[in-house]
Design a binder for this molecule. Structure first.
Ligand code: MG
Length: 375
């Protein structure tokens, strides 16, 4: 947990961050880091940033300008401690920190000519298999099957995740849907499809065991958040009683809690969110802890913008990111150009860009509408 993850040997000379700005362009927020005529960017989880931007401008950005980008890991930790910022931690703070971090990582990549994965050691894979996740609840099993068919056909994905339960509460109607849908998805997609399901904390322990056993019977590959995310003891009780791996982590923002989840066997698939959890450096630390314990670390994606791209870079460099990474449909993504990847899932595989940094260029139309956000 304490080991550094970011290489500091990629540049010989200091790279002083001249500015770190937040910009808004239509519904998108971007962060731009500048140094020596270079620019690093991130798409800043625009839906969160719409509400969280004063935290970025007041509490986060001032701690990065003027610093050496090579020192990002130390500067990042100092920003967490500065002016008691740690008291502000939670999703809005960590999303702002992640947006700052990713823009500076992109800048470091541009300055060194290395793709993001190289900054964390080395790029181990350039092609990652994807899974498609359905965000539906409350529709009929037949309608959900039709939807799953559509999203897998569009992407060629050979893995699916769908939702169970009523999201952080129990109800009979959703459970009836769950009990029908679990066998029906297996029957429809056949034995080769990898299946995951996410209950978003809808059950208590006895119902989680009943649903989990049905998933085992139909050879599901993981069961995500069977009980509320911070019910650690109950999650462990479910994990101990079932054979199916339990997945957890998208709401987790404490590295110490991640360590505990891994050490105690509370979950077997570790799922930090790259934005909610405070960026790639923290997620890579979580991955190293999980992998050291023999567990895969498969990130959760949030935000429609460039989340899939951050996940792709993460999966390119960690030892074991699990067999499939989440991929959203291309409809809602942030407009970028990329010479080294189509950025689309083809036959269920996404190619990780190999250009410097994130390996993408933001389209000119976005910059035309962009204005700096301050205050
Ligand atoms: Mg989830």
């Amino acid at each position: 947990m304490r080991e550094s993850v970011l290489r500091t040997d990629v540049l010989r000379e200091p790279l002083k961050i001249e500015s770190l700005e937040l910009l808004r362009s239509g519904r998108f927020f971007l962060v731009r880091a500048r140094a020596e005529g270079l620019e690093g960017i991130s798409e800043a989880h625009s839906t969160v940033m719409r509400a969280a931007w004063p935290i970025f401008t007041q509490k986060v950005a001032p701690h990065f300008a003027g610093r050496d980008a090579r020192d990002l890991e130390r500067v990042f930790h100092a920003a967490y401690l500065a002016n008691s910022n740690y008291k502000w931690q939670g999703l809005p703070f960590w999303v702002c920190m992640a947006a700052a971090e990713i823009a500076i990582l992109d800048l470091l990549g541009k300055a060194s000519g290395k793709p993001l994965g190289e900054l964390f050691g080395k790029v181990r894979r350039r092609r990652v298999a994807v899974y498609r996740a359905s965000g539906n609840r409350g529709n009929s099993p037949a309608a959900e099957i039709e939807y799953l068919r559509k999203i897998t056909e569009e992407t060629g994905a050979r893995a699916i995740k769908f939702r169970l339960g009523a999201r952080m509460r129990y109800d009979d109607a959703s459970t009836k849907r769950d009990l029908e849908l679990i066998p029906l998805v297996r029957k429809t997609f056949g034995p080769q499809m990898t299946l995951y399901a996410d209950a978003n904390g809808s059950y208590d322990v006895p119902m989680a065991l009943r649903i989990g056993r049905l998933m085992e019977e139909h050879r599901f590959a993981f069961f995500e958040e069977p009980v509320p995310f911070d019910y650690y003891d109950e999650t462990k009780a479910v994990a101990d009683a079932l054979d199916i791996p339990i997945a957890l982590g998208e709401e987790e923002m404490s590295l110490r809690n991640f360590r505990r989840i891994i050490e105690t066997g509370t979950a077997q698939v570790i799922q930090p969110d790259l934005m909610y959890g405070g960026g790639l450096m923290r997620a890579v630390k979580v991955a190293r802890m999980a992998n050291a314990a023999g567990l895969p670390c498969t990130p959760h994606i949030s935000g429609g913008g460039l989340g899939y791209l951050y996940v792709a870079h993460f999966a390119s460099c960690v030892e074991d990111p699990g067999p499939h990474q989440e991929y959203k449909g291309s409809g809602e993504t942030f407009p970028v150009q990329c010479p080294t990847s189509t950025l689309k899932s083809e036959n269920g595989m996404l190619t990780v860009p190999s250009g410097p940094g994130l390996g993408v260029t933001v389209e000119g139309a976005v910059w035309k509408r962009a204005a700096v956000v301050s205050g």
